[in-house]
Write a protein that binds this ligand. Structure first.
Ligand code: SF4
Length: 435
């Protein structure tokens, strides 16, 4: 049995050097985990289209495609292609969990929720010739997760090739976020399982891919303390208010944390309240970043433009803040109403969605009518903020003030190059539905 595990190209936060593509993100764990959950037997091919070519003319018995909202239309095209070649196609991923009725039209089988138990079952059913039309894994059970088959993954092409997951989900309820919309809940893996995986990395540097690694303080401290003797260097995601906790900061530093990605989202208290992220307090950002810096941690800070209370001058104000706050690697997103989120429901109710062309639901395109500006003004402001933030002068200042000048310099130059791709992106604002 030949099995293809496919992740379609998200086409964002990726830079090209001739025919070589480099993704800014860490090596994803979805396909390698599915490979590890696959019972013995199938010959597995694993393809991440953002850095590899899809073997479109090869014959597979079963093709499993994992999709996000931004890659859903591409996933459906690949599903059609392989079904025409005689393969059975399974669709899964967060978009399928959020829009199962839509996905079911494009696949032989869909899988919602997590796959620890449903994936092996689906493979057994396929081999027995009685695969069901749908498998619902719901929140799954992270303690059942095996170590991902990282040997099947191409290592070159990711900014961070060694990634591990310690937790699942997030207990917060930000209105724009797919994680609460998909009802991930919150679970932690046994610390010893996580440490065992990290110990096996062939390199000193790695990344946690958890969306809110430090949410459970006791678990985080246990994990960080167990990590310290390994003398590794790492990065991950956390909420900015983690900087208020001295014990946590010390444990982060001692465990080898070099950088954290924090969703600051906005400099406006009203906007933060509107997205249900009141635990972020803009006046505290400077103090947070200084505290992280004092503990040797560089900050990748994310900000969203186009929130309902954003005034037209939000772009310049945010760039000024980013410079003053000394955010090491800034990153901007356009507010994106992913299906199933509170934000999507609000905009749909107010008839402000421009279309459901999911490819543009990727935080890099305007897909709705903003409240205080036109879609064109939002897009122009977003690009201008990128341009000004990543001027050589600003990059130089940021690199100088960073606790990790090399990481900061490389990260900033990568975003400066990425900006060029944004500018070459024609037809940035769609107004028609996908056909
Ligand atoms: S944006 Fe971050 S903190 Fe908010 S719900 Fe999503 S994962 Fe949690």
């Amino acid at each position: 049995m030949k099995l293809l595990l496919l992740m379609p190209d998200a086409n964002i936060h990726r830079i090209k050097f001739g025919s070589f593509s480099m993704s800014f993100r860490e090596a994803p764990l979805t396909l390698t985990t599915l490979a590890a959950l696959t019972p013995d037997g199938p010959e597995i091919t694993l393809i991440d289209e953002s850095i590899q070519r899809v073997p479109r003319n090869q014959r597979f018995d079963l093709v499993a495609i994992s999709c996000l909202t931004g890659t859903a239309l591409k996933a459906y095209r690949w599903a059609k292609h392989f079904r025409e070649q005689g393969s059975k196609v399974v669709l899964g991923g967060i978009h399928v969990s959020l829009c199962p009725n839509e996905a079911t039209e494009h696949a032989d089988t869909i899988m919602t929720g997590f796959s620890e138990t449903t994936w092996p079952q689906m493979i057994h059913d396929f081999i027995a010739g009685n695969m069901a039309a749908r498998y619902d894994g719901e929140r799954g059970d992270v303690s059942l997760l095996p170590s991902p088959c990282r040997n099947l993954q191409k290592r070159f092409g990711y900014a961070m090739p060694h990634a591990v997951s310690a937790t699942r989900g997030c207990g917060c309820h930000c209105s724009f976020c797919s994680i609460p919309a998909a009802d991930y809940g919150w679970q932690t893996r046994p610390v010893e399982h996580v440490i065992d995986e990290i110990r096996q990395f062939p390199a000193r540097r790695f990344t946690f891919n958890d969306v809110n690694l430090l949410q459970d303080r006791d678990y985080a401290l246990e994990l960080l303390n167990a990590l310290s003797p390994l003398k590794k260097l790492w990065g991950g995601l956390a909420t900015a208010d983690s900087a208020m906790d001295d014990e946590l900061l010390i444990a982060l530093e001692t465990s080898g944390c070099q950088y954290l990605l924090c969703g600051f989202e906005s400099i406006s208290a009203v906007s933060l309240a509107s997205i249900n992220k009141k635990f972020n307090q803009a006046p505290d950002y400077k103090r947070h970043i200084e505290a992280f810096h004092q503990h040797g941690i560089a900050i990748q800070g994310c900000f969203i433009f186009g929130l309902d209370d954003d005034p037209p001058d939000i772009f310049e104000k945010t760039v000024d803040w980013v410079n003053e706050l000394k955010v090491d690697i800034p990153r901007y997103a356009i507010s994106t109403p992913y299906p199933g989120t509170q934000l999507f429901k609000l905009l749909e109710k107010e008839n402000r969605l421009l279309h459901r062309h999911w490819t543009h639901y990727d935080t890099q395109h305007v897909v709705f009518q903003p409240r205080h500006m036109s879609p064109e003004e939002l897009d122009a402001g977003f690009q201008k903020a990128y341009r000004e933030t990543f001027s050589l002068k600003n990059i130089q200042a940021r690199t100088k003030s960073s606790p990790h000048p090399l990481i900061t310099g490389i990260g900033n130059l990568a975003y400066r190059r990425y900006l060029k791709q944004l500018q070459n992106d024609r037809g940035r604002i769609h107004r028609k539905e996908a056909s």
